[in-house]
Design a binder for this molecule. Structure first.
Ligand SMILES: NC(=O)c1ccc[n+]([C@@H]2O[C@H](COP(=O)([O-])OP(=O)(O)OC[C@H]3O[C@@H](n4cnc5c(N)ncnc54)[C@H](OP(=O)(O)O)[C@@H]3O)[C@@H](O)[C@H]2O)c1
Length: 303
């Protein structure tokens, strides 16, 4: 099959398009998906660069990519509730920058859910719901979200607003209007961010969700007066600071969460920023676009 793979850590130049990768075998509890769209995540860049080699030990050559949407091609012996030909979206266990991917956790794509939204949801929906869940928010509390205009951040903003939480979210000047539209109180990130947050919330902030990983944990701890209600999805400095770093694992992946979030998107209750598409062969350029930031929405590879 056609796939992107790499066999050494490095820059995006290590990514190679090949047409002779074996189609992945599936375990009894997995399905084989013919991938239609694969999403590019910041995690893929960290894995490729080698910055995670102390914690993750992959076997090379490695096909990157953890989420995708496509059509079920083959079923493992223990799979029930899904048929060959079903349109699904979820997590790839074998790498999603490929024509075919093995997957254990997938949800059926509602007919009305655009393919683009389906491929964009799994990682962000899981991270946003998990991060918010760990903060045990109650209505009328005030939450600060760092990186509120990102793919994860903007979902977290909308889910928190739906739960009657007052959301202050950091972003660049370009995303101020978009965040206001989602129901958040936008604050520019960068130097002086915590002073700006204090001005907006003179009575204080109850909790912080970091979906940016931009060195904001010490200021966040000071802001809420402790580490208990600060959660980061993105900053390993958390370990030294005593903050919860929710990195997520296969155990967290839930088709039920995907069903719930997809239903909200279909109902128009959750908005996903428009994605940017690249051909599979341009995976390096797609990863560069993620690294460059300054964009809203997911970066997707068209298979
Ligand atoms: N733990 C998990 O389960 C999990 C899951 C998914 C993602 N993540 C991590 O979460 C982070 C966000 O992922 P994503 O997919 O949402 O990426 P994304 O769409 O690129 O969003 C990142 C956002 O952070 C903003 N940002 C940049 N510098 C900032 C700063 N100094 N302060 C506040 N915000 C800043 C960016 O703004 P600009 O566009 O202006 O640069 C962008 O809106 C990544 O580090 C990713 O690895 C973790």
């Amino acid at each position: 099959m056609r796939a992107i793979s790499f066999d050494t850590y490095g820059g995006t130049d290590v990514l190679r398009l090949t047409d002779d990768r074996p189609v992945p075998g599936i375990a009894p509890d997995e399905v084989l998906v013919r991938v239609r769209l694969a999403a590019v995540n910041p995690f893929d860049l960290k894995l490729r660069s080698g910055s995670m080699q102390k914690v993750i030990h992959p076997t090379f050559p490695l096909v990157p990519g953890s989420e995708m949407a496509g059509t079920v091609e083959q079923l493992g012996a223990e799979v029930s509730g899904i048929e060959v030909g079903d349109e699904v979206f979820g997590w790839a266990t074998s790498g999603s920058y490929a024509e075919f991917a093995a997957a254990r956790v997938v949800a059926k794509k509602p007919h009305a859910l655009h393919w683009e939204a389906a491929a964009s949801l799994p990682v962000a929906a899981d991270a946003a719901t998990r991060g918010l869940g760990l903060l045990h928010l109650v209505p009328h509390e005030t939450l600060l979200i760092h990186g509120g205009a990102g793919v994860v951040g903007s979902l977290a903003v909308q889910l928190a607003v739906r739960a009657d939480v007052t959301v202050i979210a950091t972003c660049s000047s370009r995303d101020v209007d978009a965040l206001r539209h989602l129901g958040a109180h936008p604050v520019l990130y960068g130097e002086g961010v915590f002073e700006r947050v204090r001005e907006l919330a003179p009575d204080g902030v109850d909790a912080v969700l970091d979906a940016a990983g931009a060195g904001v944990l010490p200021g966040s701890i000071e802001l809420v007066g402790g580490t208990d209600r600060v959660v980061t999805l993105a900053d390993p400095a958390a370990y030294a600071l005593g903050v919860t770093f929710s990195s997520g694992s296969a155990k967290d992946q839930s088709a039920a969460v995907l069903d719930e979030v997809a239903a909200l998107v279909v109902a128009g209750a959750l908005v996903l920023p428009v994605a940017r598409h690249f051909a599979l062969a341009d995976a390096a350029e797609a990863q560069d676009a993620v690294a460059a930031g300054g964009r809203r929405g997911k970066v997707l590879l068209d298979l």
